[in-house]
Design a binder for this molecule. Sequence first.
Ligand SMILES: Nc1ncnc2c1ncn2[C@@H]1O[C@H](COP(=O)(O)OP(=O)(O)O)[C@@H](O)[C@H]1O
Ligand SMILES: [Mg+2]
Length: 376
Amino acid sequence: MILNNIKLENFTNYDSVQCNLDECINIFIGDNGQGKSNLLDSIYYVATENSARNNKDRDLILWGRDYFKISASFLNKFGSNNIEISYDKKKKDGKKSLFLNHYEIEKLKDYIGYFSAVFFSPEDLYIVKGDPILRRKYMDDELIQTENKYFIYINQYKKILEQRNSLLKEAYRRQNLLNSMDVWEEQLSKYGTVILKSRIDMVHHLKNMAGEIHNYLTDGEETLDVIYKSKLPISLLETGQLASFQSLYFNQLKESRMKDLEKGYTLIGPHRDDLNLMINGTSARKFGSQGQQRTAALSLKIAEVKLIKSKKGEYPILLLDDVLSELDKKRKNKLFLSLEKDIQTVITSTDLNDIDTLIREKAKIIEIKKGTLKER
Ligand SMILES: Nc1ncnc2c1ncn2[C@@H]1O[C@H](COP(=O)(O)OP(=O)(O)O)[C@@H](O)[C@H]1O
Ligand SMILES: [Mg+2]
C-alpha cells in the first residue's frame, strides 16, 4: 500500500502541516528534537491507532491544545482511501473518532489491517536483548495487523486471565473458591489455544524469512534461528491437533493451581511464552554482540514486512527511525538492496551522508525544523 499524503493538526510538536510522500523512498532529515520521530509516529498511528512509542493519546496532543487530528490518503488493494482520526481530551467517553472514506467507524477492529505499517527504531534492539514481554508484543503486533480476530482473542484472553489471577489471590485465604476455577480455566484454554495456533503458524513463516534476511545482511556469515518457547505441548498445534491440545492445556492449568496459588498468578499460557533467538546456534540475547543483536532485530522487522505481504497480498509501509547511523556501511547498503522496489519506505536521519548517493538521488527528501516541513 502507498501513503500519498498525511496532514497533522495539533499532533505532538506539529501545529498544522501536510506532507506528500513518494511511493518509494522518503527521507526526513533534521537535527535532534525537530519532530522526525513524531512524524513517523503519526503514520504508525494511522495503521494501528497507537503510538509506536507507546505514548498515551492525551500526550500526543500539542501542548496547550485540546485535540489532535490526523488525516491521510492512501492506496490499498481496495482502491484509494481517506482516513481521518481525531482525539479530543474534552470528550467524556475518552474515545477517538475515526472516519474512513467519510463514514464513521464504530469499532476499531473493523479498520485494523486496512492500512499497515512496520516501525523500526534503535529501541527495537530490545526485541533481541530485552525481556520476553517485548518479544510477545512483537508477535502480537504483527498478528493484530494481519488477523482481524486476533485482536479480539488476545483482549478476551487478557480479561479472563485477570479474572483467574484475582480469584487465585482471593482463594489464598478461602480455598473453597478454587472450585469455581474450572470455568475460567476452560475459557483460558479455549482462547489460549487459538492465540497459540496463530503464533506458532507465524513463527513457522518468520523462521524462514528472518533467517534468510539475516543471512543476507551478514553476507552469509551468520544464521538466525527463531524458536517458540512454551511450557505447553505446542508440537500438537504444529500437527493441527487443536482439540487434544486444548484438553491437555486445560488439564495443565488445573494441575498448576496450587503452584499458581502460591505465586498469585497464572504460570502457564501464551502470556508467559517467549521466542528464542539463536545466532549461529547460540542465544542472541545472552551471547550476541551489539551489532549482531541489531542485525537480528532488523531481520525480524523486515521479515514482518514480508509476512504482512504474504498474508494480506500487499506490503505495509516501512518506517525506519534513526537506524542508519547504527549500521556499518556494508550492512546499510545491504539493507537498501533488500528492500524491494514496491515497499514504500520512510527513513529519518540527522545526516544525509548516512545515505548512499544512489539512494538519495531516487528519494524524496523532506527537511524538518521545529515542526515545519520543507521539501528539498
Ligand atoms: N504533545 C507535545 N506537544 C508539543 N511538543 C511535543 C509533544 N510531544 C513531544 N513534543 C516535542 O517534540 C519534539 C520532537 O520530538 P521527536 O520527533 O522525537 O524529534 P526527533 O525525532 O526529530 O529527534 C521534542 O522536543 C518534544 O519535546
Ligand atoms: Mg527521533
